[in-house]
Every structure is written in C-alpha cells, then in structure tokens.
Design a protein around this ligand. Structure first.
Ligand code: ADP
Ligand code: ZN
Length: 519
C-alpha cells in the first residue's frame, strides 16, 4: 500500500503540472489529495483561496469513475465548470438551467465524465441515486460542507439527505470541503457525513500579510476617504445594503480613483461590466454588498474595508480574505457602530428558536473581536480552533497597543441614568444628565433632580459614548427604533458587580496602516 501511495503521488504531481500547470501543491493540498487517492474519506477545512477545488479536480482526473461534486449555488457550479473545462477536464453540470441534461447523463453513463456538478436538492432525490448506480462513481466531493450543520452559518436541510445517498455507495470515498467551520461545526460535519474523526485536515487560517484594524464608526465618509487615501491599489468597500452601496459609491468617487458599485439589484450586464473592470484594474475601488467577491479571482486586492459590522466572524474572515491573495501587504479595516449590534440583535428575534442560541453565540464572538484590546489575529485564529501566539505584530492592537481602562463604574452610572430617566431617552439626553448639563429638556423632565445628575466628572465624560457603544455590543443596553436606550439582559450582572467592563482607550492614531502612496 505504501508503494501504491508513492506511485499515486508521483502520478498526482505529474497531473498537477500537466493538467493545471502548477509546479507544486500548496499547503495541505498534497495531504488531502493523498488521502483521497488512498480512498480515505476526508474533511478539508481550508480558507478561501487556499485551493480547495484542486483537491477533488485533480483526483477526478486520475480515478476510475466520475467525481460527483455537490455544490449549493448554480452560479458557483458554472464558474467551476468553466475553470475545469479550460484545463481540459471532462466536466458537466446537471442543473435546472442546463439544456443539455440528457447528453450529460449519457456522458456519465458512458464513463466519459471526470466531474459532475449537482445541487443538493437533485443529489438527494431517489432517481439521482438510481442514475449513479447505473454508472461509475469514483468520489463524492461535498463543497461548502458547513451547510450540513445547524451550527454552521448557512444550514441547508438538503445537505442532510446526502448521507443516505453516499451510504448507498460504501466503497466511494467522501471529500467534504469548507472554508469556514469552527470546532463545533467541524465535529458536526464529520458526524453528519460519516467521515472518521482522523479524516479532518485543517489548513492554517493565518493570513500574515493582512493587517487587521477595527474601529468605531464616528464619521464613516471621512474614515473611508482616509482608507482610500492611504491605500493605493485595488480595494473593496463592503456595505450592508444596496442603498448604502449606491450612496457610498457616489460619495467616494472623485478622489482620483474609479469607484463603482456592485450589488444584486444592478442589471446583470452592469454588474458583469463593473466586475470585469475591477478585475482588470490596478487602482479601482468596488463598493459592494457581500454578494461581491465569491468566485472572483483577483490576487492583488490591497484593502478590504467594512463600512459596517459583518454578519459573523466567518463572514469577516472570508470577506477580508479577498485581500492580498498574492501575499503582498494588504489591509483589512472594519468600522462598526452600536446600531449594527442593535440591528443584529433584532434579527436574532426572527431566526427559528432552536437556532437562536448558536446565532447569539456567533454575535457575541463578533462583539468580542471588535471590543478586544488583544491581538485581533489571535482572537480570530482562536475562533477557528488554532493556537496562535498572543501577539502578531501586524494588527491595530499589536502595532499601537491600546490603553485599557476599567470602565465598570462608568458603565454602572450610565445604566442607572438610563434606568432613572425612564428608559426612553437617547444617548444625548442621558449624557447631559450624567455630565450635569441642565438644558431646557432636562429641567422640564426634572432630570436635574435625579441622583445621577452630574455624577460623571468632566475628564470621564469623553468615554461615555464608547461605554454606550460597548454596552450595546454586549446587549447590556438596547436601543429602540427611536434611539431610546433601555436596559438589556446583560445589564444586571454589571449593576450587581458580577461583570466588569474594560474599555480600550479610543484615542489612537487614525491610520489604517496601509502603504503610503509614493511621492
Ligand atoms: P478556494 O476554493 O479554496 O477558495 P480555489 O480552488 O478557487 O480556492 O483556488 C484559488 C486559486 O489558487 C485559484 O486561482 C487556483 O488556480 C490557485 N491554485 C490552487 N492550487 C494551486 C497550486 N497548487 N499552485 C498555484 N496556484 C494554485
Ligand atoms: Zn496582532
């Protein structure tokens, strides 16, 4: 068997050069391919851009039988199909939009296909199982395998039906692939897809050339203009809604760079045109929703900016991971505000109840990342189950160690003021009460008579806004739709002295740390 393995891997290296034109495997690709060729089922967790597709496409060209690739998005399938076909691999997709389905089935039955891409809905149907049993299957590749897990951020029930399909072909190895899986999700994928625990291969998630910076959103337009000014080269600005994409694209244009919008609401030809322009350009900025970036291959993106909180740490990692695939220094900068958390926590109410706990944990992890005074990279990598050094030397907190101050007392004062003013006023009013500003509204309501009136000394007053932001990120303060603040679930622990609030001192040089424009 050892001899076979060596011969297999020699053959694999030859195919790597011949079919793909690559001189060597990257990272864990070799390990994954070796297992697949040895018929061992595997879960490969590899970050975006690490080269997952090659780990099944290469074996597919060597194995007897077709590699069945399950992939959740038709657009991604067609991208993959184009890539594979360009490399001379016999591949086809079997989806509702393919007119040549009959022909594809014939090719599969004749054993002519290396790769057959299907969506999970089709793969899980009985007649697909019948089809497979009439031909020859060499490998099951399950792309975006986190979709099988309720712990993952993108659960799709149809993925659960893949197990019975694969169990009907017990001799065919399984290769599950994902870019984003924390420890829980990984264990769940292994169990759900029937892959042994020792079949887990995790590529390092660290992207050392990306410099992470996260800061409060005070004046987004000014802050983003500064990011553009400090970071020449192609860049992406992610915004949460189509309207914000449009507005930001307008506002950021005219600074000497081409700035174009990208979102699902644009006409397909406009979207394709903007994307093509971006891929070809050397200094363009794309303002986009997260719809942008999947499946585009542009190695020299120099910065990725988030104008608002991303959906999850997984999303953040994936989106920032589009920077610097060429290995050159790149910047990832996120601007966040308390309203981002308000919206995210409101959305929690809409998810199905059995998923709420894991969604809440996901949001808490994100709050931990934005609030931390520790190394951002360390927090990020620990989230993905790694054991990173405590300092990376290439994130905002490492480069410019923030001061940390114990703001527990100040947080308590803010919470009591919110409580005593009746949990109906916005931050501005509560701030006036705390700092002893007796304006008309304060007097009218009698809030100058409260015990909390003027209890925050002038030197601490500038921290109040940040305390409010941190408390909202934690869910200790909740804003209603009019901006009125109320106590949230976590307020109690702070008020009772069971929790504390450490604050990163906000004053740091407002530099995103990118390369300066020359000259
Ligand atoms: P993923 O699916 O993990 O995000 P892809 O499969 O799209 O990554 O691969 C990312 C890029 O890396 C592609 O342009 C691919 O051609 C390239 N690539 C993959 N493997 C290698 C390799 N061994 N050597 C050089 N480039 C590679
Ligand atoms: Zn660091």
């Amino acid at each position: 068997a050892d001899f076979d393995m060596l011969a297999n891997m020699d053959e694999a290296r030859a195919a790597l050069a011949r079919v793909f034109g690559f001189p060597a495997f990257r990272g864990v690709q070799e390990q994954v391919v070796a297992r697949v060729l040895a018929g061992q089922s595997t879960l490969a967790v590899m970050p975006t851009g690490a080269g997952k597709s090659l780990t099944y496409q290469l074996p597919a060209t060597m194995l007897d039988g077709t590699c069945i690739v399950v992939s959740p998005l038709i657009a991604l399938m067609h991208d993959q199909l184009r890539g594979a076909t360009a490399n001379g691999i016999a591949a086809a997709t079997l989806t509702s939009v393919d007119a040549d389905r009959g022909q594809t089935i014939e090719r599969f039955l004749r054993g002519e296909l290396d790769l057959l891409y299907v969506a999970p809905e089709r793969a899980s149907q009985p007649h697909f199982r019948d089809l497979l049993s009439q031909g020859r299957v060499g490998l099951f590749a399950i792309d975006e395998a986190h979709c099988v897990s309720e712990w993952g951020h993108d659960f799709r029930p149809d993925y659960r039906l893949l197990r019975p399909l694969m169990d009907a072909f017990p001799d065919v190895p399984r290769l599950a692939l994902t870019a984003t899986a924390d420890r829980h999700t990984r264990a769940d994928i292994l169990a759900q897809l029937g892959i042994p625990d020792d079949g887990l291969i995790v590529a390092g998630f660290d992207r050392p050339n990306i410099r992470y910076a996260i800061r409060g959103r005070d004046n987004p337009l000014r802050q983003l203009k500064q990011v553009l000014a400090e970071n020449p080269g192609p860049g992406i600005v992610y915004a949460p809604t189509r309207a914000q994409v449009e507005r930001l694209a307008d506002q950021l244009a005219g600074e000497g760079r081409t700035v174009l919008p990208y979102h699902a609401g644009l006409a397909p030809e406009v979207r394709a045109g903007n994307q093509a322009a971006f891929v070809a350009s050397e200094d363009m900025v794309m303002v986009a929703t997260v719809a942008f970036g999947m499946g585009i291959d542009k190695p020299d993106v120099r910065f990725v900016a988030h104008a608002a909180l991303p959906k999850s740490i997984e999303g953040y990692y994936q989106e920032t991971g589009r920077a610097g695939r060429d290995g050159d220094p790149s910047v990832a900068i996120m601007l966040w505000g308390p309203d981002d958390f308000v919206r995210a926590r409101a959305r929690l109410g809409e998810v199905e109840e059995h998923r709420r706990a894991s969604e809440r944990a996901r949001l808490d992890a994100l709050a931990g990342l934005v609030e931390t005074a520790e190394c951002r990279r360390a927090v990020l990598l620990r989230h993905f189950g790694e054991n990173p050094p405590t300092q990376c030397g290439n994130c905002d907190n490492c480069l410019n160690a923030p001061g940390v101050t114990d703001a527990t007392e100040l947080a308590r004062k803010l919470l009591s003021a919110v409580y005593r003013t009746g949990q109906a006023f916005g931050f501005g009013h509560v701030e006036k009460v705390l700092t002893g500003v007796a304006d008309e509204r304060v007097m009218q309501r009698g809030h100058d008579q409260l015990t909390v009136f003027g209890i925050v000394p002038a030197e601490e007053a500038p921290l109040l806004k940040q305390v409010s932001r941190a408390l909202q990120a934690r869910g200790a303060l909740v804003a209603n739709e009019h901006g009125g603040l109320m106590l949230g679930g976590d307020a109690r622990a702070l008020l009772k002295g069971e929790a504390r609030l450490d604050l990163v001192i906000a004053e740091r040089a407002e530099r995103s740390g990118g390369r300066r424009r020359k000259g």
